[in-house]
Design a protein around this ligand. Sequence first.
Ligand code: NDP
Length: 249
Amino acid sequence: MADLQGRIALVTGASQGIGRACALELAKAGATVALAARNEAKLADVAAEIAAAGGQAAAFALDVASEESIKNGAKAVIDRFGKVEILVNNAGITRDDLMMRMKRSDWDDVLSTNLTGAFLLTQALLRQMMKNRWGRIINITSVVGRTGQEGQVNYAASKAGLIGFTRSLAREVASRGITVNAVAPGYIETPMTTVLGEKLREKMIEQIPLGRSGTDAEIAQPVVFLASDAAAYITGHVLDVNGGMFMGG
Ligand code: NDP
């Protein structure tokens, strides 16, 4: 089990799904976790769940699609905990449609939430991370950013963008003791995927060699590993966690 005792982590999109699972696992490993998302009631439930299990967490209302909210949220977390050492850029949305029908607003919303949000929040926290000479940045991308997916040009572009962002930033900050990696989930059961319906679910599972969807904890555990000292020599990596759905190069 990774030891993150005394570390301060911030997880975006921590109100449900994969982000919530990352927060629970990071707290279980000993980190103090700043939970960020828009839904404050759900964040409070996650904070209570962590506290009930003996961990430490606090909720911060933060909209990653708003530059002002990111600035205020980052400042609130630093004011409260003094620093952020582990940043998990997990918040994400889909606005699916075929290219021919996709609205400009669907493109903009997905890019600003999934990609620009990660850029702005990372930038807001990077200086203090560089000063501390230790940091872990983990970006949640997607198998779709590797393979593409019809009906998701916006989402796939945002997730492929996160991979380029990860590798470029990894090169920039390696000398400061900061690693930057991405985790690329396959088909994971969360509120994001339950809306897809049974037919699509069956079709997806047919493409998975392990023959099942993944759980949010199965994404959170690799995230904790990448945050730990055991992963100190891994940077600029995209870790596929997809049951074999895509075996990347
Ligand atoms: P969910 O829809 O279940 O959760 C998304 C989370 O993102 C919520 O906590 C939501 O919180 C938060 N969020 C959305 N928009 C914003 C915003 N503007 N500001 C702050 N937080 C926001 O999705 P998953 O848990 O399934 O997905 C988590 C990540 O994993 C996403 O980046 C997704 O693209 C990625 N992923 C998921 C896969 C899957 O199969 N489930 C596969 C591959 C990648 P709130 O509404 O409270 O703001």
